[in-house]
Design a protein around this ligand. Structure first.
Ligand code: CO
Ligand code: CO
Length: 319
């Protein structure tokens, strides 16, 4: 991408952040992001809800508040499938409404494979932007949703389990990261960095944060929040291609403790859809953040590791 040099651009793709932040006035900046993908569940309403929660997640990860959204639709021109589109749009619109934002339009094209997503625009005070950079040695790492959505949706796609078995994951993926963003605001400047965990898996998104911050981290595999049934499905090889590729890429910068099972390694790399926020917080305020997350009823509020020292973005995984 071409480099942009303008003082109003507070955040662009250079720091591998999730959303662009553009300053309008001394105390106002807009945050913009876009996300879309092919259905990951059969239930069209749930697909729409998940796609909207996922698109809005990048607004919350920056500490911003959503204002409006636009639909992006690619759908087959088959009348039978148009009914499913209606349900998908209803799911998306409901979640945008939960965010307190307005769905104001969009664009659709004819496509053999359905895809849905949204452009989302939010607002933040320029001094309250939370980005990938800023994690400090000694910070605790906190995760706000369990891991395993890639494995679970792959198992459903391969008909190894019925969709009804992954209800908890569908609810989590449809849940806005609004509660996590509220909790970060409540803790204030003790939050040093945040990102949301999506397609690159926990290790990939953590790596972006570490590189942007110039620090290393240690993750404790035993402390990871995981949806029920995921470990057994990994053993049965319900591993999406993206997850396997994520793990290969992660080996370049991750040291797994000797004897750590492949199951744990794949879990750490599992490509998530609409995952939780990964937050670096001062150790002395980590319990305040956990309490604030619990007050906001986030799907989980788990300390999963810590920032160890200045470094090139290396990750150590212990048992
Ligand atoms: Co993101
Ligand atoms: Co995104």
């Amino acid at each position: 991408m071409p480099q942009v040099d303008d003082a109003r651009v507070l955040i662009d793709a250079a720091l591998r952040d999730d959303a662009a932040v553009f300053q309008l006035t001394e105390d106002r900046a807009i945050v913009a992001t876009v996300d879309f993908f092919a259905p990951i569940v059969d239930d069209p309403y749930a697909f729409g809800a998940i796609a909207a929660a996922n698109a809005l997640s990048d607004i919350y990860a920056m500490g911003a508040t959503p204002l409006l959204a636009l639909n992006l639709v690619a759908w087959p021109r088959d009348p039978a499938l148009l009914e499913l589109l209606g349900e998908t749009l209803r799911g998306g619109s409901d979640v945008v409404g939960q965010a307190g934002a307005f769905l104001l339009g969009g664009h659709s094209i004819d496509d053999k494979e359905p895809k849905y997503g949204l452009v989302a625009v939010g607002e933040v005070h320029p001094e309250q932007v939370i980005n990938n950079a800023g994690a400090q040695p000694g910070d605790m790492l906190v995760l706000t949703k369990p891991l395993g959505t890639g494995i679970l949706s792959t198992a459903v796609k391969r008909e190894m389990i019925p969709e009804s078995d992954i209800r908890a994951a569908i609810i989590s993926m449809s849940t806005l990261n609004a509660g996590a963003a509220n909790a970060m605001r409540a803790v204030g400047t003790a939050v040093h960095a945040a990102t949301d965990v999506t397609g690159f898996g926990l290790l990939g998104h953590l790596r972006n944060m570490l590189e942007a911050s110039g620090v290393n981290a240690r993750i404790s595999a035993g402390s990871l929040p995981i949806f029920d049934g995921v470990r057994g499905l990994i053993v049965k090889d319900a591993v999406p291609g993206g997850t396997a590729r994520n793990l290969e890429a992660a080996r370049e910068y991750t040291e797994f403790i000797a004897g750590l099972e492949k199951t744990d390694q794949l879990l750490l790399a599992d490509a998530q859809t609409s995952g939780g926020l990964l937050i670096a917080v001062t150790a002395s305020h980590s319990q305040n953040l956990i309490a604030a997350l619990q007050d906001n009823e986030t799907p989980t509020a788990s300390i999963i590791g810590e920032i160890t020292h200045r470094g090139a973005g290396l990750i150590e995984v212990v048992a």
